[in-house]
Design a binder for this molecule. Structure first.
Ligand code: URA
Length: 434
């Protein structure tokens, strides 16, 4: 078999066989297929697409390119959660302690931010000392003893995806449905949970900008998970504005902590509860969504979820006192308010532009080697549907560099779409896919 022939075949729109896909992924993982051939293949896939069967084959080949974790020694149904990536998406930070506080074990692999979307690991590293580089035995011990552990994608968990994602990221081939579905599901299947809940974002700040593409992606991933023997569900959620009010790293951690204290923004809490309810149903911890929501609310009201977050941060080397006193997080040198140039109603906040503005401040990663500034960020004072008068503060920018702050403020101002008439807003949680 020759990679050249496979590229030619895909270029002409033909289906690759199961063996051909295995050959390609095995060769790419061991280095015998070079990056330039794999880049040509991913670009051909972008133009020609992949069938459902090819997508499943690609997922399983990437899953099997490294270790497949066995979590069976941990009692209980292990439920994983994954987001397709968004702006202000700090869902895992609040959701995982809530779920763990209800006795459902959470063994989670997370990623770092890249491009305009943030990553859970970077955000958690705002706690001084916090690490996700956990040896396997500590990861297992923490899940068993405190019900929660979060690790970075190790080099040997779906290494083919790790390599392929890095290549796609620099060759403009990220936003292809089969490539996204196989990338996410290969990692989820390799990380060994019994059930998977997917948060599929839709809108301007999502990889899938069109609603029907988001639904198609969700269906594709649910069918891959189900076919691989895992209970899988997806929730389609809005990304036509950032989630919650905070965008950055430490600033998002503070918002997640506030949510665990019962003080978070309502759209964020809605997404956390929608995903959490599916997790609790899969784990058999609740029999209905209503019961699940009540359990989660009780966990917040009693302080159990907040205490679980502190326990989790401490167990991974972080300073848990920050959970109880968020004023300890470092402050930026400068801040500026972005004022509305006209009155009306907010129709849309281009989430991608807000994500890019945060990256401009140094809060996101332009290349995979960028060092990020955890203290900078953007706080949105006005969200979709809100009435605005000329001169009202739309957002506050927190920065450590004046030039970057001015550039970000300009971007944030232009990210707001304000019109004279109010517009009916769609709910943040759009649809469930089983
Ligand atoms: N997240 C992933 O893990 N992979 C993709 O391809 C896109 C988002």
């Amino acid at each position: 078999m020759r990679m050249y022939d496979l590229i030619e075949k895909k270029k002409l729109g033909m289906e690759l066989t199961t063996d051909e896909i295995r050959f390609m992924i095995d060769g790419f993982t061991d280095g015998s297929i070079p990056d330039y051939q794999m880049s040509a293949m991913t670009m051909a896939i972008c133009f020609q697409g992949m069938s459902k069967r090819e997508t499943v084959d690609l997922t399983l080949a990437m899953r099997d390119s490294g270790d497949v974790l066995d979590l069976s020694s941990i009692p209980g149904v292990k439920v994983d959660k994954h987001s397709t990536g968004g702006v202000g998406d700090k869902t895992s930070l609040a959701l995982t302690p809530i779920i763990a506080s209800l006795g459902v074990p959470v063994a989670k692999m997370s990623g770092r931010g890249l491009g305009h979307t943030g990553g859970t690991i970077d955000k958690l590293e705002s706690f001084p000392g916090f690490t996700t580089a956990l040896p396997e035995e500590i990861f297992f011990k923490n899940v068993r003893e405190i019900g929660i552990a979060l690790a970075g994608q190790t080099t040997n968990l779906a290494p083919a995806d790790k390599k392929l994602y890095a290549l796609r990221d620099v060759t403009a081939t990220v936003d292809q449905m089969s490539l996204i579905a196989s990338s996410i599901m290969s990692k989820k299947l390799a990380s060994g949970s019994d059930a998977i809940v997917l948060d599929v974002k839709t809108g301007n700040g999502a990889f899938m900008k069109k609603y029907e593409d988001s639904v198609a992606l969700a269906k594709e991933m649910v069918s891959i998970g189900t076919m691989a023997g895992k209970k899988t569900a997806a929730v389609i959620t809005d990304m036509d504005q950032p989630l919650g009010n905070a965008v950055g790293n430490a600033i998002e951690v503070i918002e997640a902590v506030d949510t665990l204290k019962g003080e978070g923004p309502s759209d964020f809490k809605e997404v956390v509860f929608a995903l959490g309810a599916q997790m609790l149903l899969f784990a058999g911890r609740a029999d209905s969504c209503e019961e699940a929501v009540k359990l989660m609310q009780d966990s917040i009201d009693s302080g159990a979820a907040l205490d679980k977050m502190a326990e989790f941060v401490r167990a991974q080397g972080g300073d848990a006192s920050y959970v109880y006193d968020t004023s300890k997080f470092p402050k930026t040198k400068y801040s500026v308010e972005v004022k509305a140039a006209c009155g009306g109603f907010v129709h849309r906040i281009l989430a991608e532009n807000i994500g890019i503005a945060c990256m401009t401040l140094g809060g996101g990663r332009e290349t995979k080697d960028s060092v990020i500034d955890l203290s900078v960020g953007i706080y949105l004072k006005k969200k979709n549907g809100d009435a605005v008068d000329t001169g009202d503060t739309l957002a506050v920018i927190y920065a450590n560099d004046r030039e970057k702050m001015d550039a970000a403020a300009e971007k944030v101002l232009h990210a707001y779409e304000i019109a004279a008439v109010p517009k009916e807003m769609l709910p943040v949680v759009r649809e469930y896919i089983y």
